[in-house]
Design a protein around this ligand. Structure first.
Ligand code: NCD
Length: 299
């Protein structure tokens, strides 16, 4: 995604934040359009917010949760895509446990496809909602120093945020134990740290990540206690960042593993609740851009 396109989505989402706070949230922008949420992985926030986003814009929204195992056993991913395509949806919102699966599916259908997270590869709407959250609080993204901390190796949230934040002129750092830090990560335009205190120095934003146990084959951390001791965000480590540094987490959080509960709930420092709110607005902006009037005008 180019910088101009990111700004366009964020600006549009800003407007939806206001409508979402009003008593009457309805719009008929996407009336008559069909959005299918096709989730091959469990999800709370992402699926619910895409559903709300579609409904608030007046679209018909259908949720499909399919076990990835049944895809492997029988009907292939492509067959599923073709079947749904024959029903003429306007957008498919897809989450899949394999990196690249959403791209593959998008090549087989002729409607818009939104990546709601593919394996450890990308999660673009998460990066957009994170950017909106930061921009609303700090007024800008460029020039900010952002640390992304924890399980970088398995995190699609990290990859999408690195891409977006770099595009928007932020300085990105990643902090992780050596076992969770992919070799060559610097090529993505980040500075890598294995020492949390050093990595947090001068940071404006501290973005924590969940340990993605479900994507780990083997043991990457000696113990949860040790992980928290070295990499869990508590006030003592946070003191190395700027005095007004803000804390983020995409959820779901493991309290006491990657983040101290008190820090996560600190209303002055934590943006975690705002991230969830921005998720609906950003997904409305994405659906509107892909299936709203602008698209039909452009065709
Ligand atoms: C993230 C995801 O699914 O990639 N969560 C989310 O979308 N809110 C991060 C995670 O699962 O840890």
């Amino acid at each position: 995604m180019a910088g101009g396109e990111i700004v366009e989505i964020l600006d549009r989402a800003d407007g939806y934040v206001e409508t979402n706070r009003a008593a009457s949230k309805g719009s008929d922008l996407l009336a008559g359009r069909t959005v299918i949420n096709l989730f091959f992985e469990t999800s709370t926030r992402t699926r619910t917010s895409f559903e709300l986003a579609g409904k608030r814009l007046g679209a018909d929204v259908i949720n499909m949760e399919v076990a990835w195992s049944s895809i492997k056993k029988g009907e292939t991913l492509i067959d599923t895509a073709m079947t749904l395509n024959a029903m003429h949806p306007d957008a498919l919102v897809v989450r899949a446990p394999d990196s690249g699966a959403v791209k593959l599916l998008s090549e087989k259908v002729n409607c818009a496809v939104v990546n709601a997270g593919d394996g450890s590869h990308e999660h673009p709407t998460q990066a957009l909602l994170d950017a909106l959250t930061i921009r609303r609080r700090r007024g800008r993204l460029d020039g900010l120093r952002v640390a992304i901390c924890g399980d970088i190796a398995h995190s699609r949230v990290a990859r999408s945020n690195i891409h977006l934040l770099n595009t928007m002129g932020a300085e990105v750092r990643v902090i992780a134990p050596p076992t969770l830090l992919p070799s060559g990560i610097e090529k993505l335009g980040v500075t890598a740290f294995t020492d949390m205190r050093k990595g947090l120095e001068g940071c404006d934003i501290v973005m924590m990540l969940r340990l993605q146990i479900e994507r780990m084959q083997g043991s990457f951390v000696p113990s949860i206690r040790e992980y928290f001791h070295f990499y869990g965000l508590d006030y003592e480590k946070l003191a190395n960042a700027k005095p007004d540094a803000l804390i983020m987490h995409p959820g779901p959080m493991n309290r006491g593993v990657e983040i101290d509960s008190v820090v996560a709930d600190d209303i002055d420092r934590s943006l975690i609740r705002q991230q969830v709110e921005m998720g609906v607005a950003v997904r409305m902006a994405v659906l509107a851009k892909l299936t709203g009037e602008e698209r039909s005008e452009a065709q």
